[in-house]
Design a protein around this ligand. Sequence first.
Ligand code: PEP
Ligand code: MG
Length: 592
Amino acid sequence: MTFAIHGLNVSRGVAIGRAVLVASSRVDVAHYFVQAHEVESEIDRVRMGRNAVIDEIHRLQETITQMGPKEAPHELGALLDVHLMLLQDDDLVGGVKHWITERLYNAEWALTTQLEIIARQFDEMEDEYLRERKADLEQIVERILRAMKGKGSPIVSHPSQRGGRKSSQQDLLLDDTVDVPLILIAHDLSPADMLQFKQSVFAGFITDVGGKTSHTAIVARSMDIPAVVGARLASQLVRQDDWVIIDGDAGVVIVDPSPIILAEYGFKQRQRELERGRLQRLLHTPSVTMDGEKVELLANIEMPEDALVAVKAGAVGVGLFRSEFLFMGRQGRLPGEEEQYQAYKRAVEGMQGLPVTIRTVDVGADKPLDDSLRDDAHLNPALGLRAIRWSLADPAMFLTQLRAILRAAAHGQVHLLVPMLAHAREIRQTLAHLDQARAQLDNRGVAYGPVKLGAMIEIPAAALSLRLFLKYFDFLSIGTNDLIQYTLAIDRADESVAHLYDPLHPAVLRLVADTIAECRAQGKGVSVCGEMAGDVALTRLLLGLGLRSFSMHPAQILAVKQEILRADTSKLTPWAQRVRDAEDPALEMAGS
Ligand code: PEP
Ligand code: MG
């Protein structure tokens, strides 16, 4: 039966495929397709992993029988019996074989897919004792996965090793077994999960939680694949392998669509491809408004390799390199100076002489270093030890990063950007650390280059202290994602208040407009690097408010450029001021 689930439209486009339900903690197992001739060896890998766990349990049982009842309570033996029974369960073994044979999933993927199916059956059981056996099942699967590691199983996801995907819906319906696009559905995905996901086989994703500018949504946009977040019960309502459509424009998920709906969305998909093709024609067109105002279009990137994508998309530099992605998903082991230097250098070289703005690490809130290190200890991590606060609290880590960035600056134009500053004291401490990092490199006789220094304006206190910021910094970059969050007291990652997250709130517009105006008056560079910069519905407004530098995901550049080419700033300026001063700016924009 067809039904729809509504969420938030965070990444545009249409994806049609089969659902792959994955618990967030299991997203980072490898997801790739094997070749038909590898099916047997893949099944063998699971068998060996399972046998290793069975042997382990047998050994434990022997030890228990040698112990007295005091040291080894009866429950322990009973628990091991349950584990053995689950390991030999036909549903588990047969299901895993099915996914490998029929769908060519790799062993880890097949195992976790089958786990999700059986876990759901456990959830639906009336008997509480049986329901609780789900935890045992999860444990044994985790153990099999661990036993399989080191037996030649890759740890990261690989792109499909098979040929190209079917593009037409007709093909898709004909070939219902393999080679269909897959859509990942999870309760939640952390930014670290998303990094794995970036290289994987999925054509779109859906999560129960998350806001429009949560970092999960931001990474989805950077990958340019359709996504819906905040879809509440999606991970419970959709079943493994259901056909689903993601309408990333409307923020809707359609489950088990009828042939008519499928055909309609297939058409939409092709329209979007055509639109993309048309936009490609603007690649080499200079970004200048109708009245001759030049506008700088920069890229936001997460990994050094994204620099290449940025150049290909026509970016004239990187306006925001979110360096924290180098620090995440490493079980807390931070990258050292050399590793960071090499990464920044790769980004600088990748930009082929164009400037790269490297933001110092911004972990905390919805960007934990690691999923296991999620900040549950503090009541409100978004207001806690995040970004520059975290850096200043760990001077050795901060100095390591500053040295790496300074060294990368010897290879090209580097701008250094500092997130979440609010206090004069923090600014002075940051500058002192920078001096110290230079002195340390001088002492070691290591080469480094000059950097332009910028601050992010993403806390209202900073936007209201512009004179202070302009005294110390060469340029400012407005982080509207956080500026909106902190101005309106809306957690950007919380879907339950997503309707109140409003870039067009008069207070937000006032802070953005004043920052742009003050920088321009003082001849200092200013850009917007939050998601507002890549939203074509806001391009004309930002131009009218005087913005001439936009930083966004590479995939958004050409659509924003199209808006710029059609704009006349001499007309937009008075209009934007009216919008800024209106009681309801959205209404004012819609009416003009
Ligand atoms: C912002 O806050 O607008 C920004 C660009 O930084 P991030 O989204 O990484 O917090
Ligand atoms: Mg921010």
